[in-house]
Write a protein that binds this ligand. Structure first.
Ligand code: NAP
Length: 300
């Protein structure tokens, strides 16, 4: 029996593990993929205090090593279910079952799809959800980025250094992401803004060859592209735990700043929680708060 099981080894989950270990609680971190969460796809973090220039990968590795050195145990298994037995919580993975006094769900979110015909089949054949992972395949080629948040803006900027031409397609004419990044994009000669427009059709033979966009006036335009980078937000990964935690209409776990859910002993931390600002700094802050609350709960 562990004191705390943390589900998810992103910045929120790993920070929770650090705080729990510093309070001498036993900690198991369960992670479905590899440690780091979505921050590993960020080439350079510039807005985390005292780390003016660090790659997302190095940041994640630093937090992971810190948690390991403090004695957190990591297992790379996907948590698929939590059973609440009051003072004991059981967390199931496809292979094993683990017990803990408290559970912190820090599962983050997954990429939202555009929902277009052929989209799934073209992943890896022109469609990508990660510019830093796949951008190098499009060196000197023509690509489009869809979205108007920070991810789309940063992806477009990153791709502008590699590709010959980048279309930035956004459904409105103002951006959700930071103005300073929009300004940097406007200064790039190889970036063309395609605003008030959505992608309606994907053209492909074996690989993506073009996208058809339509604007608010109903005018169509076909853009010949080798790659389409979809950055239209993320969907919280809470479905497996919906029996025990309340979710809002968009699927985010309903919990206040204390990270407590409606089930005693179950906490949520990071991007899968209802919140206004989803940033690295708020994810790590959530991890600290959730662990502190879990420790209070265990100590009674
Ligand atoms: P986001 O901020 O939710 O933006 C998603 C974008 O996709 C929005 O512009 C939205 O348009 C558009 N969109 C959504 N569904 C669409 C659809 N079906 N078709 C076309 N467009 C669609 O997501 P994000 O950019 O992934 O960022 C997630 C969070 O991480 C944000 O809080 C962001 O600030 C943060 N983040 C921060 C940094 C950083 O600080 N450096 C970097 C990356 C991400 P509308 O604007 O019209 O809704």
């Amino acid at each position: 029996m562990f004191d705390i099981i943390v589900i998810g080894a992103g910045p929120a989950g790993m920070t929770a593990a650090i705080y729990a270990r510093r309070a001498a609680k036993t900690v198991l971190v369960l992670e479905a993929m590899s440690y780091g969460g979505q921050i590993i796809n960020t080439p350079e973090i510039e807005n985390y205090p005292a780390a003016a220039h660090i790659s997302g990968f190095d940041f994640a590795a630093g937090v992971y090593n810190q948690a390991k050195e403090l004695g957190a145990e990591f297992r790379f298994e996907k948590a698929v279910e939590i059973e609440d037995r009051g003072e004991e919580k059981r967390v199931r993975t496809p292979k094993n079952e683990y017990a803990a006094k408290a559970v912190i769900i820090a599962t983050g979110s997954v990429n939202r799809r555009l929902g277009l015909e052929g989209e799934e089949k073209l992943i890896g054949r022109g469609i990508s959800y990660c510019a830093t992972c796949d951008g190098a395949f499009f060196r000197k080629k023509t690509v489009a980025v869809v979205g108007g948040g920070n991810t789309a803006l940063e992806d477009a900027l990153y791709l502008a250094d590699l590709a010959e031409k980048v279309y930035l397609i956004h459904r409105r004419d103002s951006f959700r992401g930071e103005e300073s990044t929009v300004t940097r994009l406007r200064e790039r000669e190889n970036v063309e803004f395609v605003l008030n427009s959505v992608v309606r059709t994907l053209h492909a033979d074996k690989k993506l060859s073009a996208v058809e966009v339509v604007n608010k006036q109903g005018e169509k335009r076909t853009l010949a592209v080798d790659g389409l980078f979809v950055a239209v937000g993320r969907i919280p990964e809470n479905r497996n735990f919906a029996k025990l935690i309340a979710l809002d209409a968009a699927g985010y776990a309903v919990a206040g700043e204390d990270c407590r859910t409606q089930t005693e002993g179950i906490f949520v931390a990071g991007d899968n929680r209802v919140k206004e600002v989803r940033q690295l700094v708020t994810a790590t802050a959530d991890g600290a708060v959730a662990a502190t609350e879990a420790i209070k709960y265990i100590n009674g």
